[in-house]
Design a protein around this ligand. Structure first.
Ligand code: PRP
Ligand code: MN
Ligand code: MG
Length: 179
């Protein structure tokens, strides 16, 4: 299917994101102040930019691991069926874990991943999402920390794609169709 023409309007600047990450990292440091080595888990692919900036702000000893869960693929609609395409490299039993996500929309992805990781017996399991679209929620889930609550707009950039485009934009933008 040919792509409808669109432009991307800036919504949250790189500077605003960086400032918010500084605040969030202070809260995370407090929560994990007694942690020996925190396992920071990024959900591929969308979280790769956020996790890179977040871990560099954390004055904690961290291990970085990734898990790939996909529900959208190249579709605009959530499949509501979350598949694990790539599992963690390391075990998390008895460990302190922070799940890092770019955006919570229907909530299916985060709910599935948190359920899966909880079943592995971590000592402490927390989650953070840069963006939250509460108006779209279909399952009850909320991250422990959220960067920005946003309205129901189609957003791209800072790791987030539109059919695998725009992940490399340094800011969060919203898609505006021009046809
Ligand atoms: C997107 C986004 C979140 C998830 C949020 O991932 O990065 O992981 O959808 O949607 P939900 O709350 O409705 O589940 P996607 O499945 O597009 O994979 P990607 O991260 O590789 O782009
Ligand atoms: Mn994702
Ligand atoms: Mg996607």
């Amino acid at each position: 299917m040919p792509q409808r023409p669109y432009v991307v309007d800036k919504m949250i600047s790189a500077k605003a994101i960086a400032a918010r990450i500084e605040d969030l990292s202070d809260l995370i440091e407090k929560e994990f102040s007694d942690t020996d080595k925190l396992v920071v888990v990024g959900l591929l692919r969308g979280s790769f930019v956020f996790i890179a900036d977040l871990v560099r702000e954390l004055k904690l000893d961290v291990e970085v691991d990734f898990l790939e869960a996909s529900s959208y693929g190249n579709e605009l609609e959530s499949s509501r069926e979350v598949r694990i395409l790539k599992d963690l490299r390391g075990g998390i039993e008895g460990r302190d874990v922070l799940v890092v996500e770019d955006i919570i929309d229907t909530g299916f992805t985060m709910k599935h991943v948190l359920g899966l990781l909880k079943s592995r017996g971590p000592r402490k399991l927390r989650s953070i999402a840069l963006l939250d679209k509460p108006s779209r929620r279909e399952v009850q889930i909320k991250a422990d920390w959220t960067g920005f609550e946003i309205p129901d707009e189609f957003v791209v950039g800072y790791g987030i794609d539109f059919a695998q485009h725009n992940r490399n934009l340094p800011f969060i933008g919203k898609v505006r169709f021009t046809d």
